[in-house]
Design a protein around this ligand. Sequence first.
Ligand SMILES: Nc1ncnc2c1ncn2[C@@H]1O[C@H](COP(=O)(O)OP(=O)(O)OP(=O)(O)O)[C@@H](O)[C@H]1O
Length: 404
Amino acid sequence: MAGKVKWVTDIEKSVLINNFEKRGWVQVTENEDWNFYWMSVQTIRNVFSVEAGYRLSDDQIVNHFPNHYELTRKDLMVKNIKRYRKELEKEGSPLAEKDENGKYLYLGLCVFHRLMFSVNIPRRPVQPWIMILSHRFKKCVPKDSKTSSFVSQSNKEAYVISLYINNPLLIGGRKFDLRLYVLVSTYRPLRCYMYKLGFCRFCTVKYTPSTSELDNMFVHLTNVAIQKHGEDYNHIHGGKWTVSNLRLYLESTRGKEVTSKLFDEIHWIIVQSLKAVAPVMNNDKHCFECYGYDIIIDDKLKPWLIEVNASPSLTSSTANDRILKYNLINDTLNIAVPNGEIPDCKWNKSPPKEVLGNYEILYDEELAQGDGADRELRSRQGQSLGPRAGRSRDSGRAVLTTWK
Ligand SMILES: Nc1ncnc2c1ncn2[C@@H]1O[C@H](COP(=O)(O)OP(=O)(O)OP(=O)(O)O)[C@@H](O)[C@H]1O
């Protein structure tokens, strides 16, 4: 058995197990010597807890960073993005430029989320809020803009409340969101990859911003786990579109230039969210992580980051889904475990292009060295102003946003 990777998982999904078996890896239990552990977020907490006293050896790797929640908990993500913006502002970075109303011109990345323990909603305009409580959803609208409060059955639990995007881009009258996969192999230096085969998840019932339908989950929540219980759920396509279909649709209905700008902005948001958490992330050399980014596009074609998932679902709702997720894991393993051999966590985590499969480099801090904020901004302004005015010749090596 020497020389073969020994794997464990506590997530019994065929797309994982088929990939391990295809490589001729050997299954062991967590109490035996293992090299590769694809684990849930609960297990990673235990592995890295002080009480566990676990020390991973150089030939062991895992699929999470210990404090991934700095990115994947909505309120912490917001806190980190705010801190990142302040730091850029202090440095006098042009990226932190604001408009005349004090709004960041380039760093308005995500929906406003807030962790709350009481029931008062921060005072804001009449826009609805979405409240997430113990994985169950309750939506609420301020009763009126002055009181901005509502009655809760329990005020002991923690809530995350988020400003609700009530003007989503609709296709066929339906709301959808994007699920994009992003692999981070190291945070310092930051190196991340974008998976080309993301998808859109559509609601089964036509959208209306009317408050009378606010309780209708089939109108507002794009989660497959919810939509599959809808009367109109289609089990063949599962209410999904590939991102490339979305791109084609937008190019033909809105034009190539705005579509390109939208995708550039999506890539920009993802890179900036990762840069915001990089300084606080425990960049343990045994770790890599494949995140599921959830993005909603509004009717002005502005993308909003809703959430980042550390354990994106590996459940397959359709035949295409199964192929996609199998390939996602295959390509992820090819990057995380070079040549499928016993891992050495000290390798430089810079795989050759040939093994990337459907991943492409989204950002590589080492290649970007010397590019600096000015250059990033120039490329961003170039995109916003139109036909790539500010793009510099080789910046595309480092940042995907400049060569899509
Ligand atoms: N701020 C928002 N504006 C508009 N729609 C939203 C917003 N937040 C969430 N949604 C909708 O609700 C759905 C579920 O939200 P979200 O993914 O944040 O919940 P969750 O409980 O964290 O779900 P999971 O972790 O299972 O993905 C999203 O897919 C999206 O369709």
